[in-house]
Design a protein around this ligand. Structure first.
Ligand code: AMP
Ligand code: MG
Length: 409
């Protein structure tokens, strides 16, 4: 059986990132948050845009004040006042200065700022008591960024910090990758939707909703196909529609070896090439991964709600990230944390135990979710933000030990 790492590597090798012209769309700066930049950004503006003052004080000529001392102050004539946003009109001559405020544009002739703490103003005169450094507190035009240089690379997910940079550079329209379309099918004769009263033997389809949230959380568009009964003809028809509409298809249920588990057979009938049948992971051992000639990537995920989400977090998420056009960091983030409880593993399979990761006194701690860790139980899955990993071959990890915890959301 494939190890988790082998399975992840195979999945990533099967993903073709969105990269054609049709995979790009233009969005406004206001709607760009969370999107993935498709073209590298360069600005035609320098930053700072012009020489300006980093402090409140006086714009002076260094020559005039370089020798001043507390006992030997130099007095300069104030010829202009320059608040931020004002364009200076007067060139500073010998023994002149301008009153200037933070962000104010440096006037012609001046090259240095004397902070107001080192000066004393009286009417239109200012006495400087301490010599500044040459060019002190001047932010020079283009010193942080020069027009035309690379500013942001393509393949990054835009967050508040990137949006700030883009706004400053006046990039009001941006090319981003389109959001991947991900079809979700819940298979099983026993399933009913959450708004249908339960009959004996039925089970509410929670996977449809869980996977739709998962897909949205990953910046993709869920296409919900609803509940599909365990009838090969109907399954085949719906799966075929899904493959034609979506970049990735996620179906839950029907991938074990039970009498009603038809998925693998149908995928083969539809011309799919199956790359993975199962992975040495707990929960979630049966996992079908197939590709189709239109590049659609198919994940046949086990039906147990916990197995379904764990499979999505561990195997589908890296695929979505790569498909989306992100340049790197496809794999989940693992954090070293101290486990508050003992952890039990599945021997031959890498085991993922759900719970909560939190920082206590500056150190990460993992608290195992209370209640049963049967993959059939999903009630204690709520508020899961970490999955502790018990490596293959390890059956027991003592409380207080450092373990790797996979971050999930
Ligand atoms: P399967 O993988 O089809 O054998 O399903 C395994 C278990 O998960 C069964 O107990 C199913 O009833 C349950 N299950 C399957 N699909 C769903 C679903 N969409 N929502 C909730 N439970 C499900
Ligand atoms: Mg089933």
């Amino acid at each position: 059986m494939l190890s988790v790492q082998e399975a992840e590597a195979i999945i990533l090798s099967l993903v073709q990132p969105l990269k054609t012209e049709q995979d790009r769309e233009t969005v406004s700066l206001e709607t760009a948050n969370g999107r993935i930049l498709a073209t590298a950004i360069a600005s035609n503006l320098d930053f700072p845009y012009w020489d300006n003052s980093a402090m409140d004080g006086y714009a002076v000529r260094y020559e005039d004040v370089k020798d001043c001392l507390p006992e030997k102050p130099v007095t300069l004539e104030i010829v202009e006042e320059i608040p931020a946003g004002y364009q200076p009109r007067i060139t500073i001559q010998q023994r002149q200065a301008a009153r200037i405020f933070t962000g104010g544009m440096l006037p012609q002739g001046a090259d240095t700022i004397v902070i107001q703490e080192n000066a004393q103003k009286k009417d239109n005169l200012v006495s400087v008591f301490a010599a500044p450094q040459y060019q002190e507190f001047v932010r020079h035009r283009g010193s942080f960024y020069q027009a035309g240089n690379p500013m942001l690379p393509s393949g990054i997910a835009l967050g508040a910090s990137d949006i700030a940079v883009l706004a400053t550079a006046q990039c009001v329209k941006l090319e981003v990758y389109r959001r991947p379309r991900i079809a979700i099918l819940s298979t099983g004769d026993e399933l009913v939707s959450p708004n249908t009263p339960l009959q004996p033997g039925q089970i509410v389809d929670s996977n449809q909703y869980a996977l739709a949230s998962f897909v949205s959380n990953n910046g993709a568009i869920p296409i919900c196909f609803g509940i599909i009964p365990d009838q090969p003809d109907i399954l085949k028809d719906k799966i075929s529609q899904a493959i034609n509409q979506a970049d990735i298809v996620l179906s839950t249920g029907g991938v074990s070896v039970g009498d009603y588990d038809y998925i693998d057979l149908i995928l083969e009938e539809l011309g799919g090439e199956i790359h993975i049948h199962s992975v040495a992971v707990k929960p979630g051992k049966p996992l079908t991964v197939a590709t189709f000639s239109n590049n659609c990537l198919y994940f046949g995920i086990p039906g147990n709600p916990v197995s379904a989400l764990v499979s999505c977090w561990r195997f589908v998420q890296p695929a979505i990230k790569k498909l989306s056009g992100l340049r790197d960091n496809f794999s989940p983030t693992f954090i070293k944390a101290t486990t508050k409880q003992e952890l039990r593993g599945g021997g031959k399979r890498e085991t993922y135990l759900w719970g909560q990761l939190r920082v206590v006194n500056g150190e990460y701690e993992f608290s195992l979710a209370g209640g049963s860790h049967s993959s059939g139980n999903l009630i204690n899955l709520s508020q899961t933000n970490g999955l502790a990993v018990v490596p293959t071959g390890t059956n027991f990890i003592a409380q207080g030990t450092k373990v790797m915890v996979m971050q999930v959301d």
